[in-house]
Ligand binder design. Sequence first.
Ligand SMILES: [Zn+2]
Ligand SMILES: [Zn+2]
Length: 174
Amino acid sequence: MARILILTEVDLPTDFARQVEGYLENMVQVQVRKTDFEGLKSHFRDTRRGQVRADILLDYLEPRVKNYEGFDKIVLIIDDDGYVKGLNFVFGVAKISGSLAIVFTKRLIADRDLYHQRILKEVLHELGHAFGLDHCGDPRCVMYFSNTIEDTDRKGPQYCPRCMARLRTLIMKQ
Ligand SMILES: [Zn+2]
Ligand SMILES: [Zn+2]
């Protein structure tokens, strides 16, 4: 059983942890804690672009969260806009088989239900990477690469059968 800690700046539905567990077939145990990342964001903000430098933040935090309180994966939900070198923005970042996943919510904003649904998809997508999955060619699969918010709205939150099968192996090996 993999343990996941979600640290979020955004208020989430009370059943959010259960939803993440459900889409991961209850192979994981999820805890959600409300926090703020003001200090962290100010250190990693590109003042010219007004966005958070997601790749540098990931590189900085990744070794620091490893085995934090015994959790296998840490997810940060940051109420801001992020980018990586070479891209105008990212919805989230995670290394393949890393310990950390980061989701940026600024470009996910919509009415409450849609907003939460988009956050759920991005969390499941980045967690997929953190567990070892790469992108999937199936536009309905949550591991499909979202270039636009329309891509996000079209896909998941489910993993396609192929990605799910791979995830079972990857999570059991943890
Ligand atoms: Zn991805
Ligand atoms: Zn897939």
